[in-house]
Design a protein around this ligand. Sequence first.
Ligand code: DGL
Length: 269
Amino acid sequence: MQQHSPTVLVFDSGVGALSIGGEIHSRLPWLNLTYALDSAGFPYGEWPEEELTAHICTTARRLAEHYQPDLLVMACNSASTAVLPALRATLSIPVVGVVPAIKPAAILSRSKVIGLLATPGTVTRAYTSQLIQDFAEDCCVISVGDGSLAPVIERWFWHGELASDTGAHLALEFSRHPRAQEMDTLVLACTHFPLLADHLATHFPGVALIDSGAAIARRVEQLLATPAQSREAAGTQKAVIIGDHCASAVLQQRLEERGITRNELFSGR
Ligand code: DGL
């Protein structure tokens, strides 16, 4: 008898959900994925922590009631570093958070000088400082909080515009640090950034760029033990855009390229 395949809700302020969901889909193609893109709430990296927590908990509860997922991935570093305890208390399903990949970066780095590129929210969170203290105490961590790159990537996915020098200002920011020349590992601690990793790499020659996507897919696999019969059929993938604007033609095409064949609107209120 065909078993039901679990559904995972991958929730972000925008297209960052696609980088995390893409990793989950390639590792676990039988899962049904619902990508929730909170266009109305974007950018989370600029919200005050308390308001962001309230907004995410309310929105996640409404999404969970409507879509009945088996697990929720909070596919956003800016949100996860602020809201995980409250979100887990709000929902009755498992919640997987995406937080900066400081620990693997500290292990990987030979020079012990690592970069952290995130939104302004993520770099200032107590959660992030604690991660550095716990896992990178022997490293010099060069942090750059940038509020411009996620909106550029969001626009690129919605409208197809990307300036050829995108990211050049970030290399300049890092280069101001006295130990910048020694930096050999850079943590992309915003889920939007891996979507632009190949391009960013050209601005950071010789530096390994790392993110949390693959680790998140492994964590989802551990939490959702799927019976062998349910792994045979391909899972469905759909996008839910929270707000008032349907997917543009450019975004629709990008979703389809990823096998996300349906998209629908979900009211932001
Ligand atoms: N994708 C979000 C993150 O991982 C950032 C974008 C935003 O500011 O909303 O931090």
